[in-house]
Design a binder for this molecule. Sequence first.
Ligand SMILES: *Cc1c(COP(=O)(O)O)cnc(C)c1O
Length: 342
Amino acid sequence: MIDLRSDTVTKPTTDMRQAAFDAVVGDDVYEEDPTVIELEKLAADKLGKEKAMFVPSGTQGNQIAVVTHCQSGQEIIVEETSHIFYNEGATIAAFAGVQPRTIAGERGVMDPQAVKSAIRADDIHFPETGLICLENTHNRAGGAIVPLENMQEIYNIAQQHGIPVHLDGARLFNASVASGIDVKDYAACTDSVQFCLSKGLGAPVGSIIAGSAAFIDKARKWRKRFGGGMRQAGIIAAPGLIALRTMVDRLADDHANATLLEDGLRAIPGVTMENTVETNILFVNTEKAGLTGEQFSEGLKSKGVLANPAGPYTVRFVTHLDVDREQIKLAIKAVEEVVGEK
Ligand SMILES: *Cc1c(COP(=O)(O)O)cnc(C)c1O
């Protein structure tokens, strides 16, 4: 199977498995796991933040950030199709007790003036704005890169109002590799950052959240409350170290493969592209082929290609380290066949 459903399907490399085997471990709830500590130091360093913390998933990392920054009864500004709003089971409401104020972005990019207008004035009727969330790359916008200048503008506005900014950077390293902008520069426009080790970077499990020392110290308690305090977590942090040290630059290959896929599919009448590839995600519209996303996905599966339906007439393809150029060419052929057989 050529699995293009998500970059989360990547399997740990032999090096990662060996590192897990060899990892020196301790009880991380006591902050005694040297491998976790090493990973957290490296991650904080890379992002230019004071401290970082290893968490089991991106979702938990985002939710810890929201609950750490906010108080119950506040409102948070989120992009309308952001993962935090769209894909996290309303945890912001269930756990943090905040309500979302959504802003429709353009390719995932919010207009700074719209963000400014959405910030609540001091009024007895209003919730306070407790947090502004950004997402880079933006998943549902097709792996779109949010420009650094946009983030800077929003951060300036946030600072003028004393509101913290959280970045859902599940794929921040994809943005960095594609744009040539250091992750530090993106992180500098935020008070906290979450990024995934378990997506394109290829680690089996885990995410990082990073921020000021005070933020992480408070977040550590929330992680424990959420059940995310892990014991000999060095076993899974060790592959994360390899991911951060050796798997970043190769994301460029995934981006080249996504472009190869896009170019191939643009030549096929019957499918149209819903986004221009910027990183490793491509949304393909199947309506002209007379097939729903679901049906198209089924058709592809019968030809050995997996891609997730992502809307009534949409299929999503994500490239990653376990798919090479030759397999991309086979995937293009499979799409051609599915369109042809209809
Ligand atoms: C995948 C993803 C997450 C969540 O990560 P999990 O580890 O799957 O919980 C958060 N935000 C974005 C933008 C993502 O793509």
